[in-house]
Design a protein around this ligand. Structure first.
Ligand code: PMP
Length: 411
């Protein structure tokens, strides 16, 4: 994978096998896994219910281009969690975002998308745009082979900048805002009080659809921030962990969007393209989604995971306080990370300015050498249902050791 060239150390670990919150490498070392496949394995590795459901489904056929009964169960469960009544399936959150954007364009007749500076929503072409300090929108550095200049397709404003959002949407040419409810990919950035109400009011007033991407923010609880904060998106995307790591994603619509769509999709043209995919919604994805949502990432499991997230946050905070470091810890439910600046950033540019690649690599590698895998590039930790208090305390100990190494307090 291309991103591995930026990771700490000169080679990646090769995995032998994983179970719960732990895995072993092919050279026989054991690790506590706080990376959990960068959310893809937030259900833990090889949860028993998924293993059984996947084995049973594999024995009964994995893909038919037809729905199975699991589709109806999963649809109802997603409605219970996120509130939206209609759902379609994809194989990745990237694709689910792509399809939601296309449907938003189809419905509104508008071409443009609006995203927040330093967002990440998968490899969606339209989202790789950066806001420069002078207000210009430019291609995001590092994006490989962009098809057109992103300003052709996209507007970008800072997260929490309501005035800029209002001005950009008031021009009436934006099909949809695509947003994480709490930014996670440039570190956790919480919305300021009232931001979501204003985002919803402005999008409604300007006829812009609101797509909320809960792929990472599902760490906040069983129905992500949408359930927790009572958000009312027109469309919602969720992927990564919802099938216990088996490729699967879902995108939901409000009743109003579903109704408009029904009037705008022509039966005889429906096989042309734009959304879908041969394996989307396949029987294996759906069986794994059902097992994960019914038995693994349950409401009870989230209570346990979030409690451990709090424990992780307290442990790291205590070390930061003890050594008076200019760092902070940020948490969103069972997702916790430490950040090398003394105060919480409120937008992507502030967060990006605090990135310290060398320090980040040091902390990541020093932890790895002591049996702890963190998520690379922003030292983020996720708790899964099988994570234990002892796992969290082991991290706190290693974090303290790494800090003391850094400060020259130990060899
Ligand atoms: N949405 C968000 C918020 C993400 O963080 C990511 C990936 N990190 C995606 C979508 C894309 O997920 P995938 O790579 O599984 O397509």
């Amino acid at each position: 994978m291309h991103w591995m060239v930026r990771s700490a150390g000169s080679f990646p670990l090769y995995v032998d096998s994983g179970k719960g919150a732990h895995f072993s490498s092919i050279d026989g070392h054991s690790y506590i896994d706080f990376c959990l496949g960068d959310t893809g394995a937030m259900a833990g590795h090889a949860p028993e219910a998924c293993v059984q459901a996947v084995a049973a489904r594999a024995a009964g056929g994995v893909t038919f281009m037809l729905p199975t009964a699991d589709a109806a169960w999963v649809g109802r469960e997603l409605t219970r969690r996120f509130g939206l009544p209609y759902w379609q399936f994809a194989l990745t959150a990237t694709d689910a975002n792509r399809f939601a954007i296309r449907l938003a364009r189809h419905l509104t007749g508008r071409q443009k998308l609006l995203v927040f500076n330093y967002c990440y929503h998968g490899s969606v072409d339209e989202t790789f745009i950066t806001l420069q300090p002078d207000g210009r929108a430019t291609p995001r550095a590092g994006n490989i082979g962009p098809p057109v200049h992103p300003a052709v397709t996209t507007k970008v404003v800072e997260f929490n900048d309501v005035a800029a959002l209002d001005a950009a949407l008031s021009e009436g040419d934006v099909a949809a805002v695509l947003a994480e409810p709490v930014m996670t990919n440039i570190g956790i950035i919480h919305p300021l009080p009232g931001f979501h109400e204003q985002l919803r009011e402005i999008t409604r007033r300007t006829g812009t659809l609101l797509i909320i991407d809960e792929t990472h923010t599902i760490s906040a609880g069983p129905g992500g921030c949408t359930q927790l904060e009572g958000l009312q998106p027109d469309m919602l995307v969720v992927g990564k962990p919802i099938a216990g790591g088996v490729p699967a994603a879902a995108y939901g619509f409000s009743a109003a969007v579903a109704q408009q769509l029904q009037g705008r999709i022509q039966d005889d043209e429906s096989d042309t393209g734009g959304i879908g995919g041969t394996l989307a919604g396949n029987a294996l994805s759906l069986a794994a989604m059902r097992a994960t949502l019914e038995h693994v990432l349950t409401d009870d499991a989230f209570r346990h995971m979030i409690e451990l997230g709090e424990r992780f946050e307290e442990g790291v905070s205590a070390v930061i306080r003890q050594h008076n470091l200019p760092w902070i810890v940020k948490r969103l439910g069972c997702r916790v990370e430490y950040w090398f600046r003394p105060t919480a950033p409120t937008n992507g540019a502030q967060a990006a300015a605090a990135i310290d690649v060398e320090l980040d690599r040091f902390m990541h590698l020093a932890a790895l050498n002591r049996g702890i895998l963190m998520t690379p590039f922003h030292n983020m930790a996720l708790m899964c249902p099988a994570t234990s208090a002892a796992d969290v305390d082991a991290h706190t100990h290693v974090f303290r050791v790494c800090v003391e190494l850094l400060l020259g307090l130990r060899e």
